[in-house]
Design a protein around this ligand. Structure first.
Ligand SMILES: [Zn+2]
Length: 323
């Protein structure tokens, strides 16, 4: 595994919109051996996976100093969150910043770490919260992997801390967020796609199943997802980019219908936000009652106190409708 192989994986995964990634979400890293503990090559913050190349969009972070900085953080209060941001932002010596999710990439032990904002994984986490035995039985039948589940937590330090407890898991399914896969080779990502497809077939998720077809594109997804849906902060990027997403949707034209549809020209206006909307619409197509993330998770993900987050959402509702 080297930077070229990593860039190829990024291109492959980055094409799976909206099933696995939307906008600049999702990230991939590889641990490269070298002097003084080696290097973590990880996706740069704010870069789309499909625009990563061997010389573009990847940042080399000295692995041992980052792990040492993370080991010095204790608790999960505001000081710990700030220390985490400083550790990650300061880890790369250049001008660009590594993904803010670089912490768990460093803490998980295996060479390749893939983090997908997978819609099927979000549905699996929700099913697991309601029926852990049913999902465990499904996984026993369909994979030999060790699969762990983490309830919704704030990306950044709280997520890195939660994931560090599952260092021996092959996949960790993240409530209201996606999945993290770690392995020694890239083959596992394909195997995970099979698990997700089987899960969607077994648990009645036809839309998510169709989107997992490698031939599915954002355009085919947009035509599949034309029915009006409410805006709901189902995953962190929906909360963080809520304003942008509301700008690329319009109220359903049918006066009897509730909710929003993608506005004409949405992809040209803001491709990342349009893809985020498709993810919301796809999840709600198969699971209309899927709950929003807890408000405190949304607020912290947006870097706001809970009260300020509530005010912002209230203002957005007034501006964009209440559906
Ligand atoms: Zn993420």
């Amino acid at each position: 595994m080297n930077r070229d192989a990593l860039a190829r994986i990024c291109a492959e995964l980055g094409a799976r919109v909206p099933a696995w990634v939307q906008g600049t979400g999702g990230n991939v890293s590889v641990k490269l051996p070298g002097p003084r503990g080696g290097t973590l090559a990880v996706k740069e913050s704010g870069v789309r996976l499909d625009s990563v190349g061997p010389d573009r969009g990847l940042i080399d972070v000295p692995l041992a100093p980052l792990r040492e900085a993370l080991a010095r953080i204790s608790g999960d209060g505001p000081d710990a969150l700030a220390a985490y941001e400083e550790a990650v932002a300061g880890a790369a010596r250049g001008r660009s910043r590594p993904s803010m999710e670089a912490g768990f990439h460093a803490l998980l032990p295996r060479p390749l770490v893939v983090h997908l904002h997978s819609l099927a994984a979000i549905a699996m986490a929700e099913e697991h919260a309601r029926d852990p035995a049913g999902v465990a039985a499904f996984l026993d039948r369909h994979t030999a992997w060790r699969v762990a589940f983490v309830p919704p937590v704030v990306p950044g330090w709280p997520l890195a801390r939660a994931l560090a407890a599952f260092a021996d898991a092959d996949a960790v399914v993240l409530g209201g967020h996606g999945v993290v896969i770690q392995s020694d080779d890239a083959g596992r990502v394909t195997a995970w796609a099979d698990v997700e497809r089987d899960f969607c077939a077994a648990f009645g998720l036809p839309t998510l199943h169709a989107l997992l077809d490698p031939a599915a594109t954002p355009a085919t997804a947009a035509s599949m997802l034309a029915a009006p849906r409410p805006f709901r902060a189902l995953f962190p990027d929906a909360a963080v980019f809520g304003r942008r997403v509301r700008r690329v949707v319009v109220r359903a034209p049918d006066p009897g219908a509730q909710g929003f549809v993608l506005a004409p020209g949405a992809f040209e206006a803001d491709r990342d936000a349009a893809e985020t909307w498709l993810a919301i619409a796809a999840l709600l197509a198969d699971r209309p009652a899927l709950p929003a993330l807890p408000e405190e998770v949304c607020a912290t993900a947006c870097g706001l106190p809970a009260e300020a987050y509530r005010r912002r959402v209230g203002a957005e509702r007034t501006a964009g409708g209440t559906a």
